[in-house]
Design a protein around this ligand. Sequence first.
Ligand code: S3P
Length: 176
Amino acid sequence: RIARRIERPLVLVGMMGVGKTTVGRKLAAMLHLPFLDADEEIERAAHMPIPEIFSTYGEPYFRDGERRVIVRLMGTGKHTDRKVLSTGGGAFCDPATRALILEKGIAIWLDSDVDTLVERVGRKDNRPLLKTGNPRDILSRLKSEREPFYSQAPIHITSGAQPHHVTADKILKAID
Ligand code: S3P
């Protein structure tokens, strides 16, 4: 019922470690919509993992690629363009990418406390931005720097440490 009324891509934005990919995949399954992950598509297009893109070419190059990939994934903006798209934590902070997502999609800000983010990024070793210092300090600085951008998303979902399926349920209620 809800799925039929969604006419634009649902785009998950928010900090690394908040669970955008897992929640996005669950949400897509619940709505019977295709799921796309921007980070995964960037790796596919560049034929290399994200840490290697950062170390070989640097962050500005990554952001360019990220912008181009998201333009492609957002599609034509036709009413039939229904999907769930997860983005990397910095994507929505790029002015052009943010404008595109706000224009053609429905942005959903997934938000969590720093403790939960620290716990969740600790499970994987694939975030180059966290390599340059203490992950907690970096996450807490990035979170405050980025909140002015994330808060431009029309939907704000706080997830805390709750399981990802609970967060996906919250999103369903919010868009109903
Ligand atoms: C980044 C987040 C990562 C990835 C890259 C940069 C960021 O994605 O795009 O490491 O700037 O916050 P996740 O949010 O999926 O970890």
